[in-house]
Write a protein that binds this ligand. Structure first.
Ligand SMILES: C[S@@+](CC[C@H](N)C(=O)[O-])C[C@H]1O[C@@H](n2cnc3c(N)ncnc32)[C@H](O)[C@@H]1O
Length: 347
């Protein structure tokens, strides 16, 4: 059968779905963070020269995946987490933004560290190298972590939404990165983290809203990209695992009993359009991340929860990815680093 050319006309389900008014997540910080200046040379031949392949390799030893829509999803607690495994090792932008650091919480010779939803374990492995005298545990639903790692790093398959079997007050530091879409009850998760962190220990979450903005109106309100992000937000709300929680992270942390809670927000260009070379570099990584995320989040949520057929979803996602490739698009996302300390007086 002849393949339909991707075009907005092929997607009846989308046409019936105008962008909901509530779609754009409140992000007052977007206005507070300085504007990124775009490069003026639009004729850059190397604009997309970086190949995604360097960034997307994953351990070949991965086993036990559920195959759906041509992609793989974890099989432990099947169906619980919607982003497929390709997304799990694309968190480089966070480390690049922190200029090679892995966290902002001020740690002092930590002994026990827990990484929630560790994914490929990259963060846990790097942090185990940084603190050789600490024991770093990374947990996840999926066994996608490498088998041979430093002796002070360990990976366990467990569900962080279940009861934690770790002793109370065990950890000097608990960390979770890009868990949006994976958590049903954030306040409860934060309370668990509080229970299992030592008095004086730190908790840090690093998250990005699943939304984007532009300061020069190059991203129109009714564009395919924002329609797609609105569909994702709608779908994730049906699932009870919102993708847009950044603005609530600080209040939840305080409510759980943490003090000295800090929030740092950075703008991240989606694509190599920034004038500043460091932001340009981050934009390249983020572009790969965004392109991968379109399929990772999009296919599962649109077909499982929003009633799209696989073909409809794939055509629509192709249009969205096309928009992401446009040189004139100066879209950016925000990333949030939120960290707080368990009071010394807490039990
Ligand atoms: C987007 S990835 C982030 C990976 C990692 N934190 C990073 O930044 O590189 C989210 C991870 O959370 C895991 N996850 C989702 N729900 C979980 C749960 N209930 N318990 C443990 N891990 C979970 C997923 O399997 C996935 O590997």
């Amino acid at each position: 059968m002849a393949q339909k050319t991707p075009s907005p006309d092929n997607i009846p389900a989308l046409e019936q779905q105008p962008l909901p008014d509530h779609a754009s997540p409140a992000a007052p910080s977007a206005q507070l963070v300085p504007t990124i200046e775009p490069a003026t040379d639009e004729s850059d031949d190397n604009y997309w020269s970086e190949s995604a392949s360097d960034l997307t390799s994953l351990a070949s030893s991965v086993t036990n995946y559920v195959y759906e829509n041509g992609r793989t999803y974890h099989s432990y607690r099947e169906g619980k987490y919607v982003a497929d495994r390709a997304i799990s090792d694309l968190r480089l932008s966070f480390t690049l933004v922190l200029r090679g650091q892995y966290h902002l919480a001020p740690l002092d010779e930590p002994q026990n560290i827990l990484d929630l939803g560790t994914g490929t374990g990259i963060w846990a492995i790097d942090v185990a190298d940084t603190y050789p005298s600490a024991r770093v545990i990374g947990n996840d639903l999926s066994p996608i972590q490498p088998r041979f790692v430093a002796p002070n790093a360990e990976f366990v398959i467990e569900d962080f939404e279940e009861e934690w079997l770790y002793s109370k007050n065990k950890f000097d530091f608990i960390h979770g990165r890009t868990l949006s879409g994976a958590v049903k009850d954030w306040p409860e998760l934060f309370k668990k983290a509080h229970r299992h962190i030592k008095p004086g220990g730190w908790f840090e979450v690093q998250e990005a809203p699943i939304w984007c903005w532009s300061d020069d109106d190059s991203l129109k309100h009714d564009s395919p990209l924002l329609q797609f992000l609105a569909i994702l937000e709608q779908a994730s709300s049906i699932d009870g695992r919102s993708l847009n929680v950044c603005e609530q992270l600080k209040p939840w942390m305080i409510e759980a009993g943490f003090e000295d809670v800090h929030v740092k927000v950075h703008k991240i260009p989606w694509g190599p359009w920034a004038k500043d070379p460091r932001l340009k570099e981050i934009g390249r990584y983020q572009y790969v991340n965004a392109i991968q995320s379109v399929d990772s989040y999009g296919l599962a949520l649109m077909t499982r929860l929003m009633g799209y057929t696989e073909d409809q979803a794939k055509i629509f996602l192709a249009i969205v990815k096309n928009q992401l490739r446009s040189k004139s698009l100066h879209a950016y996302n925000l990333i949030y680093f939120v960290y707080g300390r368990k009071p010394l007086t807490a039990s």
